[in-house]
Design a protein around this ligand. Structure first.
Ligand SMILES: *Cc1c(COP(=O)(O)O)cnc(C)c1O
Length: 381
């Protein structure tokens, strides 16, 4: 199946009892057993729920994996990956991460004896040089949030596995979605999503996902999902499954509108640098071109006047773009990373990588592009 068919049919079958084409919301915690231990594959909804199972099969299908897992949030999915490790283990991660991932790594899991090193993954030697005998996981986010850097997934995986084939590699595929890139095809062990974003696509749920293509790893992840309990509920699973069905058509428009917004901003006299991997002068453009089928709907930029005052005035003047955290929904959102999503990163660290006061991150929605450009132009001038 091609991707646009997979999002609709991948892993899906009409429900057995009634033929219902769409999996019902099995809003139940438990299942009747005919004799102790004899049931129809479902015993208790923390372990498995048919609506969640339908979603998990769809997730596996669209990422070209064998097993999918749905969690209560994106961070719950990352938490599950970290629980594959034990005290003393080391993780190497990119230096421009989603703020909540960074917070979980440093403020939560350091306390339980895991160690994290942050490197600029533009240079793959930074990754391989950081590997020690204790390194157990490489955490890759690409495109990065909010600076839109691109890491070369295939190259990193090959280089890391050449040093130590036991080291796990994971990609946070939230920004790209499987429409743009499928990390398992590039040799990655674990794909992670904040399904809150493009997978759900309608800003109406909070959810996380993991997908793998390895039986052993799938068993370990299912054990942690079941034993720690941070599962996605049936109603949210239904909504995410519904979102997946339009992922292909939504992403087409997100990419078209994202490109138009990036080009508009680049030519605007009030705008300074624009971060968009589709530009030929983007430092990782060639990797993006090789690795992704298009460049997505996320665009970051700075005002020429690099002050908080000018930036707040711009953000307060927007009318169609809603000033809000999150991304990947059908509606366009604007975000001020310094005060909103990336507030937990120490000032010195964020300034070092270029997250300054006038940085704005746009999640370009699927509205009419002329309306979006008019809104930006009015707020800029
Ligand atoms: C939002 C986000 C997360 C966290 O997901 P939640 O669903 O908010 O817990 C992780 N990574 C990226 C890239 C994100 O954008």
């Amino acid at each position: 199946m091609k991707f646009s068919t997979k999002v609709i049919h991948g892993g899906q079958h009409p429900e057995e009892a009634t033929g219902s084409v769409i999996p019902p919301i099995f809003q139940t915690s438990t299942y009747a057993q005919s004799s102790p231990g004899v049931h129809k594959g479902y015993a208790y909804s923390r372990s498995a729920n048919p609506t969640r199972t339908a979603l998990e099969k769809a997730l596996a299908a669209i990422e070209n994996g064998t097993h999918g897992f749905a969690f209560a949030s994106g961070l719950a999915a990352i938490d599950c990956v970290l629980r594959l490790l034990k005290p003393g283990d080391e993780v190497i991660a990119g230096d421009d991460l989603y703020g909540g991932t960074y917070r979980m790594f440093t403020n939560l899991f350091e306390k339980y004896g895991l160690h994290f090193k942050y490197v600029d993954m533009d240079n793959i030697q930074n990754v391989t040089n950081a590997i020690t005998a204790n390194t157990k996981l490489i955490w890759i986010e690409t495109p990065t949030n909010p600076l839109m850097k691109i890491a070369d997934i295939a190259k990193i995986v090959t280089s890391v596995k050449a040093v130590d084939a036991q080291i796990l590699t994971a990609v946070d595929n939230t920004f790209a979605t499987p429409y743009l890139q499928q990390p398992l095809n590039l040799g990655v062990d674990i794909v992670m999503h904040s399904a809150t974003k493009y997978i759900g696509g309608h800003s109406d749920l909070v959810m996380g996902a993991l997908v793998v293509n390895n039986e052993e790893l799938a068993k370990e992840i299912h054990f942690i999902q079941f034993a720690a309990g941070a599962i996605a509920g049936p109603m949210d699973s239904f909504l995410a499954l519904r979102g997946i069905k339009t992922l292909d058509v939504r992403m087409q428009r997100h990419c078209e509108n994202g490109k138009a917004v990036a080009e508009f901003l680049q030519n605007h006299p009030k705008v300074g640098v624009v971060y968009y991997p589709g530009f030929e002068n983007h430092p990782n453009h060639l990797i993006a071109k090789k690795q992704m089928s298009a460049f997505g709907g996320m665009v970051s930029f700075k005002l020429k006047e690099d002050t908080k005052e000018a930036t707040f005035k711009f953000l307060e003047s927007l009318q169609l773009f809603t000033l809000a955290e999150s991304l990947g929904g059908v509606e366009s959102l604007a975000n001020h990373p310094v005060t909103m999503t990336h507030g937990s990163i120490p000032e010195a660290d964020r300034l070092k990588i270029g997250i300054t006061d006038s940085l704005v991150r746009l999640s370009v929605g699927i509205e009419n592009i002329e309306d979006l450009l008019n809104d930006l132009n009015k707020a800029l001038t």
